[in-house]
Design a protein around this ligand. Structure first.
Ligand code: FES
Length: 192
C-alpha cells in the first residue's frame, strides 16, 4: 500500500528501514539465508495499516484515535511506520490535515471517506502549496493563510473562496483497532 501523498523524490524513497538493515547484517554475519522468513516479514510490514501521528511531535510518536482530536481543531499528521517507530516520510508534501466534524453535516461522499467524524485531506494548498490548517469557525471552512483560499471539508474540500485551483486531495480513513489509519482501498461510491 502506498500512503505517500506527495510527489517529491523523497516521498518515493525505497530505502530499507533500520530493522530490515539489521536483519540483512545479521544474515550476512551468520551466513544463513532464510528467504521464506524474510519474505513473510516484509509482506506483513507492507500490509500493515498506516496509522497517523502528530506531525509536530518531536519524539514519542503515538498513533492517534478519533477521540484524541478536539472537535473542529485541525491537526497536521504523518503516516506512521510502526517498524521504525517514526513517521514514514517527513517531507511536508506528505502532511495530512485531520479534523473531527459533525458527520450529519457531511455529504454522503465525504462521510464515506470519514471515520468516527474524522475527515482527512492533503494539507498542501492547491494554489501555491502552503500548509492549509486554519479552521474558521464562523464560516465552517478550512483556510489557507497564504492567499485566503477556503475549503469546505463537509463537501470534499471543494474551494469556496480564493485562488486555489481545486479541492484538497481526500485521504480515505479507516479504524485499525482503536486507531485512525489510512484506508487500504477507497470506499465504494454511494449507490455501488
Ligand atoms: S497557497 Fe494557499 S491560497 Fe495561495
Amino acid at each position: 500500500m502506498n500512503s505517500d501523498i506527495g510527489t517529491s523524490p523523497a516521498a518515493e524513497s525505497t530505502e530499507p528501514t533500520n530493522v530490515n538493515r539489521r536483519r540483512v547484517i545479521s544474515i550476512m554475519a551468520t551466513g544463513i539465508v532464510s528467504p521464506i522468513s524474510l519474505t513473510s516479514a516484509d509482506a506483513a510490514a507492507a500490509s500493515a495499516p498506516d496509522l497517523l501521528v502528530d506531525a509536530d511531535a518531536e519524539s514519542d510518536f503515538k498513533p492517534l484515535r478519533p477521540e484524541d482530536l478536539k472537535p473542529a481543531k485541525p491537526l497536521l499528521v504523518f503516516p506512521f511506520d510502526a517498524q521504525s517507530g517514526k513517521p514514514k516520510n517527513e517531507s511536508r508534501l506528505n502532511k495530512i490535515v485531520v479534523v473531527r466534524l459533525p458527520e450529519e453535516k457531511m455529504t454522503p461522499e465525504t462521510r464515506a471517506n470519514a471515520v468516527s467524524g474524522v475527515v482527512a485531506y492533503s494539507s498542501i494548498c492547491t494554489h501555491q502549496g502552503c500548509d492549509v490548517k486554519t479552521w474558521m469557525s464562523k464560516e465552517n471552512v478550512l483556510a489557507c493563510y497564504c492567499h485566503a483560499s477556503k475549503f469546505d471539508l463537509f463537501d470534499g474540500a471543494k474551494v469556496v473562496a480564493g485562488p486555489a485551483s481545486g479541492p484538497l486531495r481526500a485521504v480515505p480513513l479507516a479504524l485499525s483497532g482503536e486507531f485512525l489509519s489510512i484506508a487500504a482501498s477507497p470506499p465504494p461510491k454511494a449507490g455501488d
